[in-house]
Design a protein. Structure first.
Length: 343
């Protein structure tokens, strides 16, 4: 079973759902000696299988798959969806988008993904938004898959440790995209990553992966010095040649008009960090705490904004270190960051 000490470089490419994480990005990070992750979130089990097959064509080194753990939304939050739909309707219409009148239940194709990963195991599986069931965790362990739980608090870390996770990915508030809290309505802590690492390390014995805002050598070195056995980078790879980042997202990351990031629920109902834009300002505090239902509700609007080149209505996920993201091959980016971390 793969361990963090088996890696030539203790650098993981974060799974970025929605298209940024590609088999090509995984292979490029692997080529530097790190560990790339595919993002299974928002994909069917069949689509995940295609990505796994493509990744195996591109690299003979170990790689990981990240799963979103589904959970039922609160009925009161679901009841508030129609009002949010009406609030967004004029903006959607201006972009030529039609919002869905109903949103079917979405369990992330969870059972089929677990079945596929048992039938055709990958070296590592990580989890976001929660934990697998005990039987699922035991089954994956039995086929030789190492398992990593994303945690945002000491309480979540203890739950993951009790389930026998092989490592914990400690995600600080500086991270781009969704914060991986186990409850949709939970307000994640604001404790800086290094402090959170220390608290989690004192509570559980598992090796820790640090995630959130690690865009340069000094930040990586600080995380390793705070007790992490490895680091996970996401935003740092958004401009990489192999990343599937959209053209609009790439442009926004280097546009001086965007002066910082902010936390929001407006796009998906879950707390996420992205470049602060007008959509956030208009709708923050109005989205129901319903995920993935709000994600599906706003998806046509966001897609239309991307087609129209309107970044003020797009979700532009990015961590606090987005300004130091660089273009180029992810292989060279990984090696350069590691050299910088070594001083």
């Amino acid at each position: 079973m793969l361990t963090l000490t088996d890696l030539a470089l203790p650098v993981l490419a974060a799974p970025m759902a929605g298209g940024a994480s590609t088999p090509e990005l995984v292979a490029a990070v692997n080529a530097a000696g790190g560990l790339g992750f595919l993002a299974a979130g928002y994909r069917s089990a069949a689509a995940l299988g295609e990505q796994v097959a493509r990744t195996r064509q591109l690299t003979d080194r170990p790689f990981g798959v990240n799963l979103f753990v589904p959970a039922a939304s609160d009925p009161a939050a679901l009841a508030a969806l129609p009002a949010y739909r009406e609030r967004l309707r004029p903006e959607a219409a201006a972009l030529g988008a039609e919002l869905p009148e109903s949103i079917p239940a979405d369990d992330e194709d969870w059972a089929a993904k677990i079945e596929a990963l048992l039938a055709d195991p990958v070296p590592v599986v990580s989890y976001t938004f929660g934990l697998p069931g005990p039987a699922e965790a035991a089954a994956l362990r039995a086929v030789g898959t190492a398992q990593v739980a994303t945690v945002t608090s000491v309480a979540e870390a203890r739950a993951a440790a009790a389930l026998g996770m092989d490592a914990l990915c400690v995600q600080g508030p500086e991270a781009g995209g969704h914060r991986g809290t186990y409850q949709v309505a939970a307000e994640p802590g604001r404790e800086p990553l290094t402090a959170l690492l220390a608290a989690v390390g004192a509570a559980v014995p598992q090796p820790l992966v640090a995630a959130g805002g690690l865009g340069d050598g000094p930040a990586i070195a600080a995380a390793l010095g705070a007790g992490a056995a490895a680091v996970q980078l996401g935003t740092a790879y958004l401009l990489a040649a192999e990343a599937g980042t959209s053209a609009g997202h790439r442009a926004a990351l280097t546009d001086p008009a965007f002066t910082g990031t902010a936390l929001t629920r407006a796009f998906t109902g879950r707390i996420a960090r992205g470049l602060r834009n007008a959509f956030m300002d208009r709708h923050e505090g109005r989205a129901p705490l319903a995920y993935p239902e709000v994600h599906h509700l706003t998806a046509p609007l966001r897609a239309a904004a991307a087609r129209a080149g309107e970044p003020q209505s797009m979700h532009l996920w990015a961590g606090t270190g987005y300004r130091i993201a660089r273009r180029g091959s992810a292989t060279e980016l990984t090696l350069a960051l590691w050299r910088a971390a070594q001083g």
